[in-house]
Design a protein around this ligand. Structure first.
Ligand code: OXD
Ligand code: MN
Length: 593
């Protein structure tokens, strides 16, 4: 096969000349092609068949043990001017990066098949969608891209019609961590990735295209590419509000996207609809509202912790036609990970399970599955124009200080809240407890350009005629003095979402505070939750001294980005600091005198 688009054909020919594959396969995305790939990988051992009675169409892939996660220290943004990549990215000069990568790619596909994958990020007929072509020598990447994107003939037709596409070149190389780089050339709409088969490094449509390159494209085209889930909340009257939410990893994004309402809410007729669990592209519509699409067609989710208690929707989504990566298996060949009932017999590396070797499933083991298999998949997930957003939510893991929920005073304040967001690390993750890592808008590893310019771009959406979503911050992870979580989380998070919708609808006056609007007494519908009033008070408390210190830390953080940080964001920080100052309780001596 070949393409009638000269730019595409020329690039494929150039890559073939450089990498010297034994053969070239243009992917059409058909079922027959997928079955052939699976059969091929079963023969080579790239895939292992799982129990087809309990898990029809499910397979296991075991990666190289040194290739199990994204590699931020080997991920670069290569802009002509170093300043454009910003202090939030590793940078390399484009000429140097191309030379380094082309040396690695030279002859790397000898004896291998080179797959050409045309793909579309977003519904195939959506004006918000964007296309790319990934060239890879990994059949595992092809099979995953087929699930995660709209891949094949229809995407190729759109690319040939539009004439433009993001170029992604990938090879697993020798899977040598010393010969591994993930390079982005936003000015050339190009990605080069070598030496890793892991999803975030190798499925180039996902983090590389849909976040790093797309965020850069979005800046010049007037839209936003964000690390956010999208969820629809339907009330008993049948009205649906869509919410996009950004959280750093390990904060329950997939769980929130697939939330099951508490029993009482279910009886009353509340429903939750999943549009996306990881990435959101949004753009103002003709009516001034922000419309969002999920550029992905599948979920590449973390398996451990996914259970009938935490996320029954995810569990039923992955009961069939799923590729598992680095999970353990049971005696009867079912996939297994920590959090599931039953027992592992073989660990993620294929060894007999021995607790002395650590967890049976790798902590970052994954499932790849079509979004359509989710029981709560939204009937509007494929709408070409996207879904209109009522709210944007930022959140992090903050054991202290940050209330359960508060609302930004306006858009610019919301941008400040997103810029300031972060998560406190746990001992298990880093060895150091309570270290706050700022991860603005959960985009620290993914913004493809300078954070200062990125915040300026966010601020620019507030213009005459705009009907922007309200911005909120949530914290499901507040802890009491005994270290236990104060808020039950999971399905009960719907209570917080309901309050946000009440705010959007003008039904909840709220309580104004220097940091934003909090639920006034009685506005959060706590129903049959057995939370005592002291716990509710703690969850909704604004601690002046703590917040004054937090605002000072936010100010320092903004300054660390130098002159490109918009003055407007500094002014926002000062506005909140001043409001706190003015509302501060009188000092003790003043009270006494
Ligand atoms: C991530 C992911 O690393 O979604 O954020 O895989
Ligand atoms: Mn993610």
């Amino acid at each position: 096969m070949s393409s009638k688009l000269e730019a595409l054909q020329r690039w494929v020919d150039e890559v073939a000349k450089l990498t010297r594959p034994a053969q070239i396969h243009w992917c059409d995305g058909s079922d027959a092609e997928y079955q052939q790939l699976v059969q091929h990988m079963l023969k080579t051992g790239d895939l292992i068949e799982l129990n087809q009675q309990t898990h029809p169409g499910c397979y296991l892939h075991r990666s190289s043990p040194s290739d199990v996660a994204r590699v931020e220290h080997l991920t670069f943004v290569c802009t002509k001017d170093e300043e454009d990549a910003g202090p939030n990215n590793h940078w390399m000069a484009p000429t140097e990066a191309h030379a380094k990568m082309d040396a690695l790619f030279e002859g790397c596909m000898e004896g291998r098949t080179m797959y050409v994958i045309p793909y579309c990020m977003g519904p195939i007929d959506s004006p918000l969608a964007r296309c790319g072509v990934e060239i890879t020598d990994s059949p595992y990447v092809v099979a995953n891209m087929r699930t995660m994107t709209r891949m094949g003939a229809a995407a190729l037709a759109r690319i040939e019609r539009e004439g433009s596409f993001v170029k992604g070149l990938h090879s697993t190389g020798e899977l040598d961590p010393e010969r591994r780089f993930i390079m982005h050339f936003p000015e050339e709409l190009t990605i080069k990735s070598y030496g890793s088969g892991y999803g975030g490094n190798a499925l180039l449509g996902k983090k590389c295209h849909a976040l790093r390159i797309a965020s850069y494209q979005a800046k010049s085209e007037g839209w936003l590419a964000e690390h956010m889930l999208i969820v629809g909340i339907e009330n008993p009257k049948g009205e649906t509000h869509y919410v996009a939410a950004a959280f750093p990893s390990a904060c329950g994004k997939t769980n929130l996207a697939m939330l099951i309402p508490p029993e009482g809410y279910r009886q009353d007729g509340w429903k939750v609809w999943t549009v996306g669990d990881d990435i959101c592209w949004m753009r103002p519509g003709a009516d001034g509202r922000l419309y969002a699409i999920n550029p992905e067609a599948g979920y590449f989710g973390v398996a451990p912790g996914t259970s009938d208690n935490t996320n029954p929707n995810a569990l039923s989504t992955i009961a069939r036609d799923t590729i598992y990566t680095n999970v353990a298996i049971t005696a009867d060949n079912q996939p297994w990970w920590e959090g599931l009932p039953g027992k592992p017999v073989t660990d993620w590396q294929g060894r007999p399970y021995d607790p002395a070797n650590g967890p049976a499933a790798h902590p970052n083991s994954r499932f790849t599955v079509s979004a359509k298999q989710c029981p709560t998949w939204s009937p509007h997930a494929e709408d070409a124009q996207g879904v209109p957003l009522s709210a944007i939510v930022f959140g992090g893991r903050r054991p202290s200080l940050i209330p359960l929920v508060f609302e930004a005073k306006d858009w610019a304040h919301g941008v400040l809240i997103g810029a300031a967001m972060g998560s406190e690390t746990t001992a298990a993750a880093t060895g150091a407890v309570g270290v706050l890592r700022r991860d603005s808008m959960a985009m620290k590893p993914f913004a493809g350009y300078h954070y200062g310019d990125y915040f300026r771009h966010w601020l620019s959406f507030d213009k005459p005629g705009a009907k922007l979503p309200k911005i909120f911050h949530v914290n499901w992870f507040r802890k009491g003095e005994d270290g236990s979580f104060l808020w039950p989380g999971y399905g009960d998070n719907l209570r917080v979402l309901e309050w946000m919708i009440d705010r959007v609808e003008g039904r909840a006056p709220g309580k104004q505070t220097p940091i934003g609007t909090l639920p006034a007494h009685g506005e959060l519908k706590l129903g049959d939750l057995s939370l005592d009033s002291a716990t509710v008070d703690t969850l909704l408390d604004v601690d002046h001294a703590g917040w004054t210190a937090e605002l000072a830390a936010i100010g320092e953080y903004l300054h660390s980005f130098g002159a490109r940080m918009p003055q407007q964001l500094h002014a926002e920080q000062q506005r909140v600091a001043k409001a706190l100052d003015e509302a501060a309780p009188a000092p003790r001596s003043a009270v006494a005198s």
